[in-house]
Design a protein around this ligand. Structure first.
Ligand code: FEO
Length: 390
């Protein structure tokens, strides 16, 4: 794809990765992604903000073919999908300086083995003059690594935000407008990548409030030409509000846990509680992460394998703990053949979740009448605890 003009001085460059389906060997990308770089031309100096994944560097080089001089390469984030092509761009522009945050320098040296003489650390709130255009660097750590920063061009009213506000969405459309597909992709991105850093993001949103941008240009997905569209979504996602919603990741081996989940779903639904069961043999973990963004309760369902939880459930529970959703309540249900420690082991896996455990219910074999009654009691307990959500 060719470079695209955003304004007379700002050009989108980069690559749309239509076919990538996995990120970090973990995160599903059902709709591909993009690696956005931006060329900002001042009257005296030119800056390239971020680059692309190394696999796509040829596309970026082709877009830069007619650009004679780049004075600065701004590395807002050291992860390879944005910084991995910087060494090649440094070769093309031997006079260019790499600008990054204080922590970014160390990361660029260790991850990409750059020449330290060509890296210059910029301070939080430092302004770089490009002549009649400028860039102000705004430290925003943990979106998504500790070194991340945004860059603001006051004269253009554009905030370059790298991963922050990004979406894994391959599209030829440059602007998000108010396309709901973008918000769904951005929510998935938030859930998978940003959610563990919710408390930092809350502070960043406050820090960005006085910054007069009219456009947000992330390094994944479309540009937000109507910033309130994504800002309002982020304010909701990072708020303390939880919904009257239960998420049930589970596995069933011989039908017992499935029967319990099916009954619990029905019992919760009968109490007007939104419920999302996820059979982990077929679940896209991004969908599970999205459901956890505002759920009040998680119910984990597992059969017993060698006295512990099923390994898929173990993995999903570990992931939920790492993502730190703002859950309030939890419960564990499941089954066993002759003995089990599954519930105890799962409880130990969720220290990051500040939840009240509303109960555990493990059936020997298929659920009996008493178990069904206990599932209804659990549904009622959840219902009562959901009455005072704020
Ligand atoms: Fe898009 Fe954290 O890299």
């Amino acid at each position: 794809m060719k470079a695209k003009i955003i304004t007379e001085r700002v050009t989108w460059m980069g690559a749309v990765d239509w076919n990538r389906r996995l990120f970090d060997s973990l995160i599903p990308l059902p709709e591909g992604t993009s690696y956005n770089a931006y060329l900002l031309r001042g009257s005296e100096k030119t800056a390239l903000i971020d680059t692309v994944d190394p696999e796509k560097v040829d596309l970026l080089l082709a877009q830069l073919a007619d650009v004679e001089q780049v004075d600065y390469i701004v590395s807002q984030h050291s992860e390879q999908d944005h910084a991995g092509a910087i060494p090649v761009i440094m070769e093309k522009y031997p006079q260019a300086q790499v600008l990054c945050s204080e922590k970014g320098r160390d990361m660029l040296l260790y991850h990409l083995e750059m020449d330290p003489e060509r890296i210059r650390v910029v301070a939080d709130d430092e302004v770089l003059s490009l002549g009649d255009r400028s860039l102000r660097f705004i430290y925003t750590p943990w979106v998504h690594w500790p070194e991340t920063m945004c860059s603001f061009c006051e004269e253009e009213g554009i905030l370059f935000s790298c991963d922050f506000f990004g979406s894994h969405l391959a599209t030829s459309t440059l602007y998000a407008d108010e396309n709901p597909q973008v918000i769904i992709a951005a929510k998935r991105y938030y859930a998978e990548i940003m959610m563990p850093f919710r408390s930092f993001i809350k502070k960043h949103l406050v820090k960005l409030e006085p910054v007069p941008f009219t456009m947000i240009a992330p390094s994944h997905g479309p540009i937000y030409n109507k910033p309130e569209f994504i800002l309002d979504a982020y304010k909701d996602w990072v708020s303390d509000h939880v919904a009257n919603k239960v998420v049930i990741p589970y596995i069933s081996m011989h039908g017992s846990t499935e029967a319990m989940v099916t009954h619990l779903v029905s019992s919760l639904d009968a109490r007007s509680i939104e419920v999302h069961p996820f059979d982990l043999t077929v679940t896209d973990i991004g969908e599970l992460a999205m459901a956890l963004v505002d759920a009040a309760t998680i119910v984990i369902g597992t059969p017993t394998v060698l006295f512990g939880p099923h390994p898929f459930v173990f993995s999903a529970t570990h992931l939920a703990n790492a993502l730190r959703p703002k859950l309030r309540f939890a419960a564990i249900i499941g089954s066993y053949g002759w003995g089990t420690k599954a519930a105890e082991q799962l409880t130990e896996l969720i220290p990051n979740l500040k939840v009240e455990v509303l109960g555990t219910l493990m059936c020997k074999g298929l659920p009996r009448e008493e178990d069904i009654a206990n599932l209804d009691a659990l549904a009622q307990n959840i219902y009562e605890h959901h009455q005072n959500l704020d």
